[in-house]
Design a binder for this molecule. Structure first.
Ligand SMILES: Cc1cc2nc3c(=O)[nH]c(=O)nc-3n(C[C@H](O)[C@H](O)[C@H](O)COP(=O)(O)OP(=O)(O)OC[C@H]3O[C@@H](n4cnc5c(N)ncnc54)[C@H](O)[C@@H]3O)c2cc1C
Length: 419
């Protein structure tokens, strides 16, 4: 019996389990391990603090993981404590598992403990939304917030869903407008980068949009400390920003089990070949999703596109062929901006987001780098698609048009592409 072991039953791990079970015969044992019995639809956590668009609670954003693991795959609910690629062995709290091929999809975690004062302030005037529980805590706190300085701070990069800060402040603008207290709330984004988004064309457009909404951007601020008693964040170079309500995005790090591991960088992200998605250090190991150190977004869309590449390359290796250096870093994301509208971006390692239409030139129906109602409805529909199609790898071939694994240039504005 040959053994495929998958670590993590989140977005990436669940898709790959479904894909591999369809093609590997009965002489393959497939096992997937996750410490959680629950699967979270994380994009919903951006709406929960504001109770927007029906996202009032975790209903519809969490399901039993087992519901998405296919028949014929063993689901082990346990915490992984060690990965030994020399012995082809993974250890959990309760057992030990050997493999012929390993797929790592352990995501990333928030680490507020890395910033002095952040945990101490939690629940008083410091809140997060990167976990379901913290998003629900923030919802209660926002209901009590009647005005003052609301500061969204990104402690450091990379973070998963790099557009989440933009979405958060736009939704805050919409939320306080709906509550009739927008004029009492000063909203700002404090970031260590030069702007709100790393890619220049999208960054400029998003920056202008925030300016028009009266949302201030404070760049080049590298967070050193949170002083919740004084309501102030401090940077390494001595800048200070006052807050009444801090929406903090703590440092994001890879899975703790890779702390100090030679497979990973100093932030626990696995050293990964950016094109084949093989471990850069060990054979018979593939990596996908937020666990990798590849230089595209940490996003569910990326985990999905990477799953297609890992599937192709894993099968190639099993058949004794070379893996294809085919992953182009494709990422796309709706950016919800409130008022029933959203932007959409589509890019890869070499092509930054540009305006245009997706998937069809001229007709779309989705618009790139433009706020539209259709984009908003795309984002709203996506949750249904995630639970019913994406995780179970249903109709993946017919969805290639809308969500191609490799980025398409069709519909993208040539004027911008030539820049
Ligand atoms: C607020 C927010 C909004 C987002 N919005 C979007 C969006 O609009 N679009 C988009 O594309 N993406 C979005 N994302 C990002 C997206 O959800 C993630 O990028 C995606 O889920 C990554 O998939 P993954 O498989 O790499 O990791 P995950 O889905 O996080 O799965 C990792 C799994 O590993 C398990 N695990 C970790 N360590 C261990 C261990 N030691 N032992 C056992 N199990 C372990 C975890 O329990 C988890 O189930 C958002 C994320 C957040 C937080």
């Amino acid at each position: 019996m040959k053994r495929l072991l998958i670590l993590g039953a989140g977005t990436g791990g669940t898709i790959i389990a479904n894909k591999m079970r369809k093609v590997l015969k009965d002489d393959w044992n497939i096992t997937i391990i996750d410490k959680s019995k629950l699967h979270y639809y994380q994009p919903g956590q951006i709406f929960i603090p504001f109770k927007l668009y029906g996202y009032n609670s975790e209903d519809g954003c969490v399901k039993p993981s087992g519901q998405y693991i296919p028949d014929g795959v063993n689901f082990v609910n346990d915490e992984i404590t060690a990965v030994n690629p020399n012995e082809h062995r993974v250890t959990t709290k309760g057992g030990s598992y050997e493999y012929d091929w390993l797929v790592i999809a352990l995501g990333c975690r928030i680490a507020p403990e890395e910033i002095p004062g952040m945990e101490e302030g939690y629940g008083k005037n410091v809140f997060y939304f990167y976990t379901m529980k913290s998003a629900l805590d923030m919802q209660k706190a926002l209901e009590q917030f009647d005005g003052g300085k609301l500061v969204l701070n990104i402690a450091e990069y990379p973070i998963k869903c790099p557009v989440a800060p933009i979405e958060y402040v736009c939704l805050a603008d919409y939320y306080f407008t709906q509550r009739g207290i927008r004029d009492k709330v000063e909203i700002s984004v404090v970031t260590g980068m030069q702007g709100v988004f790393t890619k220049p064309i999208a960054g400029d457009m998003m920056g202008s949009m925030l300016g028009e909404r009266g949302i201030k951007v404070i760049p080049n601020f590298n967070l050193a400390e949170v002083d919740s008693s004084k309501g102030v964040i401090k940077s390494y170079d001595g800048q200070e920003v006052q807050f009444d309500f801090l929406a903090a995005i703590p440092p994001n790090l890879g899975a703790k089990v890779f702390d100090g591991h030679d497979m990973a960088d100093g932030n626990c992200y696995i050293l990964t070949d950016p094109k084949t998605l093989k471990s850069a250090k060990y054979d018979n190991v593939f990596v996908l999703g937020d666990s990798t150190n590849v230089t595209t977004s940490k996003a569910g869309s990326v985990a999905h596109f990477e799953a297609e590449i890992v599937y192709e390359n894993l099968l190639a290796e099993i058949e004794g062929k070379e893996p294809h250096p085919d992953f182009d870093g494709h990422s796309n994301c709706f950016i919800e901006t409130g008022y029933n509208k959203a932007h959409l971006i589509d890019f890869n390692y070499t092509q930054q987001p540009v305006p245009g239409k997706l998937p069809y030139p001229l007709v779309g129906p989705f618009s790139l780098l433009k706020e539209t109602r259709m984009n908003h409805w795309g984002k709203m529909f996506f949750r249904w698609y995630y639970w019913n199609m994406l995780l179970k790898d249903r109709f993946s071939k017919s969805m290639e048009l809308f969500l191609p694994t490799r980025m398409s240039y069709r519909g993208k504005d040539k004027h911008y592409l030539e820049k």
